[in-house]
Design a protein around this ligand. Structure first.
Ligand SMILES: NC(=O)C1=CN([C@@H]2O[C@H](COP(=O)(O)OP(=O)(O)OC[C@H]3O[C@@H](n4cnc5c(N)ncnc54)[C@H](OP(=O)(O)O)[C@@H]3O)[C@@H](O)[C@H]2O)[C@H](O)CC1
Ligand SMILES: [K+]
Length: 526
């Protein structure tokens, strides 16, 4: 499990040591870890350490201090240090050490001479340490730092320099991952004391590069994390796997109300995905014509035109492709009312969100994309009557996912390059296992099917979640994170894009279903 805290939580854990006058020692420890990360980056890029040029971009605070001290430490390892001061003041002890190490120092101002001098230093750099802003930032980068950051990105993107962020890429909000303005993009980040929420959400995920956590000795004083990321070990433990005595009912039955005679596709994809995920049984409720199509692809699904009150299930999946069929929407309403009344977990996707009960529950898991979440929040007048736009949600995904969870009382899985899951109690998970190739029609239906299967399994076997401190209502958010991860991993397998960078090639939704079993086997094999 990768735990992440807000900047404020980290600073609170540091406070007793700062009060005891150990601030410098903490910074020295941070600087030492930062210098080690710089050496590792040079090694990884097969660049010689001796004689390599390290340039510290230093802001006015301790983030800059870490970077300056790291550059001075690297001078003792044979590197050539330099510093670009981007504010009117700098961390004096760190600057003194760079001077003492014979480093070149440029103070950036709003003039051509200092800008040219700074750009020459960057062009000569092997590694640039971004120490402009850390957890003390407020708002995006200001000029002239913002202009220099844009120039640095041109150099980084073309491979001229390697950028190492100190604690967090400057201009990224450590508490949310939002980028209020210009920000640095790093090839790697060395962060101190613990990962920050801003490393795992919003623009911060793509801005950080590979993440290294440098221990500061404050770890025991950290509170419960603000956000968590399930990793393979947790996915293996939490994926519903059958006991020796299992039979289809003990593995969980999933009731599916999806699709319509005009739009049967969502019904086919959700039921096939749930079956591929290994649910005990799929019970489809909808038009007989759709049931016939489903059985051609998924003969093990039990299909009928019954009503939700006629069947007993361990989880519901409602909403995909039901918008144009009043009988289906009535089934959705009935299933949701039963889910709330009986505590049966439900995936509520697409049209299902437009008929949500006014008072939801954590075991109802909504699965919107940014546009659907904007519409939901606008309908619930979340912004004091102002409309919430898709772009608002994309700019502040964690904020809006948590807002929707609080307003609806439901668990909210906000789909995106990084999938965020927010529980109504403030719980949050962030999963980044996907591939850009998953941005294709039907991908959301497949996720809904996988999630329905996981929820049906969790309802029957919650123990694995309880044993990991993920019990109670948190288990619904954790189950959604598990489903999002396996959906992403199946997409990477299908696209042959193991790192999720967009390598490999195009896929369609049924290819993701076909790759799911292999992705689950890979996780279970560890
Ligand atoms: N707590 C510790 O002792 C440790 C801290 N570590 C490192 O320190 C930073 C946090 O340092 P801090 O000085 O609190 O804050 P920053 O360095 O992030 O910011 C410093 C100043 O920057 C100015 N500021 C704020 N926002 C902006 C902006 N958008 N653009 C430009 N400048 C900005 C602000 O000064 P102003 O008065 O000008 O507003 C800030 O004071 C942490 O990230 C670690 O790197 C150690 O690693 C561990 C111990
Ligand atoms: K930084």
């Amino acid at each position: 499990m990768l735990n992440a805290w807000t900047g404020a939580q980290i600073r609170a854990a540091e406070a007793p040591r700062l009060d005891a006058g150990a601030g410098d020692a903490l910074m020295r420890r941070a600087a030492h870890g930062l210098a080690g990360a710089a050496l590792a980056l040079l090694d990884a890029r097969r660049r010689p350490r001796y004689g390599a040029r390290v340039v510290a971009l230093a802001g006015s605070g301790n983030n800059g201090g870490d970077a300056l001290w790291a550059a001075a430490l690297l001078a003792r390892r044979g590197l050539r240090p330099a510093a670009i001061l981007v504010a009117d003041r700098a961390h004096e002890p760190g600057l003194a050490d760079v001077h003492a190490a014979g480093g070149d120092v440029v103070r950036l101002a709003d003039d051509d001479a200092s800008t040219d001098a700074a750009r020459r230093l960057l062009a000569d750099a092997d590694v640039v340490i971004d120490g402009i802003l850390g957890t003390g930032a407020s708002g995006g980068l200001r000029e002239p730092a913002a202009g220099l950051a844009a120039h640095l990105e041109d150099l980084r993107r073309t491979g001229v320099v390697t950028v190492l962020a100190c604690d967090i890429a400057s201009g990224i909000d450590a508490d949310t991952g939002e980028a209020p303005g210009e920000h640095v993009t790093a090839d790697a980040t060395a962060t101190f004391g613990g990962a920050k929420v801003g490393h795992l959400a919003g623009a911060g995920e793509a801005a950080r590069g590979t993440l290294t956590v440098v221990p500061l000795g404050i770890e025991a004083d950290l509170p419960d994390p603000d956000l968590r990321r399930l990793q393979t070990a947790e996915l293996r433990a939490l994926w519903p796997t059958p006991a020796r005595s299992a039979q289809k009912y003990s593995r969980g039955v999933l009731g599916v109300v999806a699709g319509s005679a005009q739009y049967p596709g969502a019904a086919l994809l959700t039921t096939a995905a749930a079956a591929a995920a290994g649910v005990g049984m799929v019970r489809y409720l909808g038009p007989e014509a759709v049931g016939g199509l489903i059985n051609a692809r998924t003969p093990d699904a039990v299909c009928s035109a019954q009503q939700p009150g006629d069947v007993h299930v361990q989880a519901w999946l409602v909403g995909p492709g039901t918008n144009d069929d009043e009988a289906q929407l009535d089934r959705v309403r009935t299933a949701l009312a039963a889910a709330v009344r009986t505590g049966t977990p439900a995936v509520v996707d697409a049209g299902g969100m437009s008929v949500l009960p006014e008072q939801g529950a954590a075991h109802l898991v909504l699965t919107p994309h940014a546009g659907e979440l904007a519409r939901l929040l606008s309908d619930r007048h979340a912004a004091d009557g102002a409309a919430v736009e898709r772009s608002d949600v994309e700019a502040r995904p964690l904020h809006h996912a948590r807002l929707a969870a609080r307003i609806t009382g439901c668990t909210v899985l906000l789909k995106g390059a990084t999938t965020l899951v927010a529980g109504p109690d403030g719980t949050a998970f962030s999963q980044a296992d996907a591939t850009p190739w998953l941005s294709t029609a039907g991908s959301g239906d497949v996720l809904a099917g996988i999630l329905g299967a996981v929820l049906a399994g969790v309802a029957e076997h919650p123990r694995a979640f309880d044993d990991r401190g993920l019990g109670g209502d948190v288990r619904w958010a954790a189950a959604a994170a598990v489903a999002a991860s396996l959906h992403g991993r199946a997409g990477r397998t299908a696209a042959r894009d193991p790192e999720g960078t967009g390598a490999g090639g195009p896929i369609h939704a049924t290819a993701v279903i076909d790759a799911l079993a292999a992705a689950v086997r890979d996780v279970l094999a560890g």
